[in-house]
Ligand binder design. Sequence first.
Ligand code: F0G
Length: 462
Amino acid sequence: MVKYIPEPFRIKMVENIKMLTREERCDKIREASYNLFRLKGEDVYIDTLTDSGTNAMSSEMWSGLLRGDEAYAGAKSYYRFIQACQDVFGYGFFCPVHQGRAAEKVLFPNFLHPGTYALANLFFDTTRGHVVLSGARALECVCEEAKHPELVAPFKGNMDTARMEQTILEKGPENMGLVVMTLTNNSAGGQPVSMANLREVSRICQKYGIPLCIDAARYAENAMFIKQREAGYADKSIPEIVRECFSYADMFTMSAKKDTLVNMGGVIGIKDPDSPLIPGIKANCISFEGFYTYGGLNGRDLECLAVGLYEGMDESYLTYRLGSIAYLGGRLDELGIPYQKPAGGHGIFLDAQKFYPQIPWYEFPGQVLSVELYKECGIRACDIGSYMMDPDPDTGEAVRSINEFTRLAIPRRVYTQSHFDLAVEAIHNVWQRREELQHGYRIVWGPNVLRHFQATLAPIDA
Ligand code: F0G
């Protein structure tokens, strides 16, 4: 019997939620054109659409709100934020922005343009979107283990460094604008990247003179996995591991809505305080986000960020965090339900193709399973599979994802063991009925970039 790790916090404030009837849920999802993003939050009982910005803040973080200095330029809160960033990451320049994709939008056009490539262990949706919007093309070289959900391996988020180097040589090092390492690797199932892999990627980047950027949304969960799984790190502290990880890169973009435990925020970090990139970053920030000492955030948000950076690295919190996802995985193992193993850092990625081998990838099995879970008990999950992939920007052809996952991304410090147990029950019921469905969905309407947020879908009839 798997054990749940007790929460290292208690609850001070609650938010009421309600469960609609099955009939109501079926109506709601039909009205939402079978796109979970189009549902109203209040019609959801357990919301695992994303772990982004859905965190519960601590009393320390809420206190920070009152300390917020709202000066337009050079606020005290900005300097507290900078001090915390310098302490945690050891870089020379930081720019606050309102969220992760804003960091991508402000940073990427400084070195990505038509004719160039960005190569990653895997991009998440908006990161890929901003590569394409800058005119460049996205290439991916995740390790082979990531493609086999049943396989248990410690670092399934790693880059395949041999293929990375081969790809660089094929495309020409002079055309490689950027290498991105996503920590943890979201699209691969919240799977971690090892320190050894980061070090090797960094060595290759230096050899060919290509800048290395960490997509740092889940840097603390990644550090905890390194501590738990990589030889030589068991006795290192999380801040030490984080420092070492960032030492291998030249820059990072961060959505602070994940491991930094806030509801809104993002950061760009540049290692070299005299980097020639800095004037361009400041200029883009001023145009798109606001003056570079607030970057689209309130002063109070910067205060919360400064506190959250440390809370997110607390070891007892991270033990609970990774342990609670592993609990979900352990319960699924007991029932023989397939998912990307071992459990990731921020959620469970059900192997939807194994649920529905009869439904082809272009009918979106990951979306089918998401809709079934909502109908079953009001859980909102999302497809991390071919529905999430935009059409090829050059040919317009449908793109097949390497896996067809349905992700339950777990908000931090929000749900309890009984919510998890209910989710497992619902997944089990849907698993037992998996042979009843024969067809998936077709897209009725969708934009070409980041379509999964907005698209409308219709069930395919026999
Ligand atoms: N990078 C990664 C790895 C992400 O997971 C996300 C967001 C972003 C960048 C963009 O950050 O949302 O603050 O603009 N991921 C969320 C998710 C939305 O559901 O996984 P953002």
